[in-house]
Design a protein around this ligand. Structure first.
Ligand code: FDA
Length: 299
C-alpha cells in the first residue's frame, strides 16, 4: 500500500458522513426499494438490464437473516409487478453464512425457489476468502435442483482455476470479476497484470466450455480481451453479458450497449449504505482513492 493510500485509509473514518454520502450516492440507488426501482427503470429505458442488491452483510442474528430473505422475496415480487428487466444478487453472510451454513443454505434456497416461480435468476456474490469454499458448496447443492442460480469467481484468487475447472463441468452460470477484498499473497495474486491475465485465462475457459458468463469489469484492457475471445469463438450475443457497478465507467458502458452487447448494471440499495461504503473503503484503498479524488475534484 503506497503512502497516499495509507493516508486515505487513515483519514476516512473522520470524513463526515455527509461527505461520504456525497460520494456514495453515485454508487447506490438510495435507501429504499422505490429508489432502486426508479434506477432500474431508467437503466432499462437506456437499453440495459440490472441486478438489485439489498445492502447488508455479516449478519449475526438469525432474525436478521430471515428479514433479509423476506426482503428479497419482496424485491422479486416487485420486479415482476413492475415488469423490470432485473435479477437479484445476494450475499451469503447477509443470509447467515457466519451463523450456520445450513441456515444460510435454507435461506438462499427459499430465495432461489421464489425466483424460479417468478421466472427470475439469483446471483450469489462472492465475499472474502474465508467463505469461498462454503459459498461454492452451497451453490453446488443448489445447482443440482435449480438452473436459475449462478456464482461469482474472483480472478485474483489462486484457487479460481481449480474451481472453474470443476464448475465448467456442470455448465455453471458465472460472473467473473477481479475480486474486491484484501487477501494475503498466499491466497490472491497481488500483481494487477497477473490478475488481468488470469481473468482472460478463466474467461476463455468458461466461454470455450459453453458457460454463460457475466463479464464484470470496468477495465478496458479486460473488455478488449473479452471482445477478442468472443470474436475468436464466434459467440452469439446471448451467451455472455458485460456487467458494471452503478455509477462507474458509464462511458464504456454506453459504448458496449451501443455496439449491441448486453450490459447489466449492479444496483445496490438500502439503509445500510454507510456501513457498506466505509467497509468497502477500508477494504480497498484504491476505491478510497477514487472517493477522495471525487471529493476534491481531482481527475
Ligand atoms: P479496476 O479496479 O482496475 O478498475 C478499472 C477502472 O474502472 C479504473 O481505472 C477506474 O477508472 C474504474 N473504476 C473501478 N472501480 C471504480 C469505482 N468504485 N469508482 C470509480 N471508478 C472505478 N467483487 C467481489 O469480490 N465479489 C463480487 O461478488 C463482486 N461482484 C461484482 C459485480 C459487478 C457487476 C462488478 C462490476 C464488480 C463486482 N465486484 C465483486 C468488484 C470487482 O471484483 C472489482 O473490485 C471491481 O469491479 C473493480 O475492478 P475492475 O475490473 O473494474 O478493474
Amino acid at each position: 500500500m503506497n503512502l497516499f493510500n495509507k493516508l486515505v485509509v487513515f483519514i476516512l473514518p473522520i470524513v463526515p458522513k455527509v461527505i461520504i454520502h456525497m460520494f456514495a450516492k453515485r454508487y447506490i440507488a438510495g435507501p429504499s426499494l422505490q429508489d432502486a426501482i426508479s434506477t432500474v427503470r431508467q437503466l432499462n429505458v437506456n437499453g440495459m438490464c440490472a441486478t438489485m442488491d439489498i445492502l447488508g452483510e455479516s449478519a449475526t442474528k438469525k432474525e436478521e437473516t430471515i428479514n433479509a430473505m423476506d426482503e428479497y422475496h419482496n424485491v422479486l415480487e416487485t420486479i415482476r409487478a413492475e415488469n423490470l428487466d432485473c435479477n437479484i444478487s445476494i450475499k451469503p453472510t447477509q443470509l447467515g453464512m457466519k451463523i450456520n451454513e445450513e441456515l444460510c443454505y435454507n435461506n438462499i434456497k427459499k430465495i432461489v425457489e421464489k425466483a424460479r416461480n417468478l421466472n427470475n435468476f439469483v446471483r450469489i456474490d462472492m465475499e472474502d476468502s474465508q467463505v469461498t469454499s462454503d459459498t461454492i458448496e452451497i451453490f453446488r447443492r443448489l445447482q443440482k435442483d435449480y438452473d436459475n442460480v449462478g456464482i461469482v469467481i474472483q480472478a485474483y484468487l489462486r484457487r479460481s482455476v481449480t474451481d472453474v475447472n470443476c464448475l465448467i463441468e456442470t455448465k455453471t452460470n458465472f460472473r467473473l470479476c477481479k475480486g474486491i477484498y484484501i487477501e494475503p499473497r498466499e491466497i490472491a495474486y497481488k500483481d494487477p497484470q497477473i490478475v488481468n491475465k488470469n481473468f482472460s485465462y478463466l474467461l476463455e475457459k468458461m466461454l470455450q466450455n459453453g458457460c454463460y458468463v457475466g463479464i464484470a469489469t470496468h477495465d478496458e484492457r479486460i473488455v478488449w480481451e473479452a471482445l477478442r475471445i468472443i470474436d475468436e469463438l464466434q459467440l452469439e450475443r446471448n451467451s455472455y453479458e458485460f456487467q458494471m457497478l452503478l455509477g462507474v465507467a458509464e462511458d464504456l458502458r454506453k459504448i458496449l450497449v451501443d455496439s449491441g452487447h448486453k450490459v447489466r448494471v449492479y444496483v445496490p440499495f438500502g439503509e445500510k449504505w454507510h456501513a457498506y461504503s466505509m467497509r468497502r473503503l477500508k477494504e480497498n484503498p484504491r476505491i478510497a482513492t477514487y472517493i477522495l479524488k471525487a471529493i476534491f475534484g481531482i481527475r
